[in-house]
Design a binder for this molecule. Sequence first.
Ligand code: SAH
Length: 214
Amino acid sequence: MEDTYRHKGMRRKLVETVRGKGIADERILKAIGKIPRHFFMDSSFDAFAYRDVPFPIGAGQTISQPYTVAFQTELLEVKKGDKVLEVGTGSGYQACVLLELGAKVFSIERQKTLYDKTKLLLRELNYRPKLFYGDGYKGLPTFAPFDKILITAGAPEIPVELLKQLKTGGLMVIPVGGGEGQKMIRIKKISDKEFAKSEHGDFAFVPMLKNKAR
Ligand code: SAH
C-alpha cells in the first residue's frame, strides 16, 4: 500500500470540501487530512476514496461518507482520553478518526469477515482500537461505562442497553429510523432516568441489525 503525493493532494481537497460543508473542528479536519482513506477501500477504487461519498466495502456494507464521519464525530464532542464505544466498526475509518482525537476506542462489528479484515488493516496501519466481534445492541458491559457512544448504522430504535452503558453526563450519537432514512439524534445522559435529546438532520445508513445468523 502506498500513500502518494496524488493521494495526499486529493486528501487536502477532501478536507476543504468537508470544511466547506460546515465542519469547524480543526482536530477533526486534521484527522481527515492525515488518515489515508484509500487504504480502507479496495485498491482499484482509490480515486473514490477522496470524494465525499459513502462506498461499498464488502459484506453488503459501506464506509460512511467523510462528511458524515466528521459530523457524527463533531456531535460527539470527543475529548482526549474519552472512552468511546463505536457500534459498527466497518472499515475502521471512523475508529481511526476517534483515535486521532485521543480517544480510547472500543468498537463492535457483527460481520465476521469485516471484523477480521479490519483487524488486520488497523494493525498494519498501527492504529490500536479494541475491536470486538459481536452484537452492538448488547454493547460491552464488561468495559462500561463509556464517556461517549457512537452508532454508525441506522437503528430502528434507541437501544436501552446502550443507554445503561453511558456515563452520567455522557453523550450518545445515533441515527434513528428503521426505513430508508434516519434522523441524527444526540442524547445526553443527565441521570439514570433522565435524558436530553436533540435532532440534527436527515441521513441514510445501512441498518443496525439484530444478532441473527445470515
Ligand atoms: N463506521 C464504519 C461504517 C460502518 S457501516 C466505517 O467507518 O467504515 C455500519 C456497520 O455496522 C456495518 O459494518 C455493519 O455490519 C455494522 N452493524 C450493523 N448492525 C450491527 C450490530 N448490531 N452490531 C455491530 N455492528 C453492526
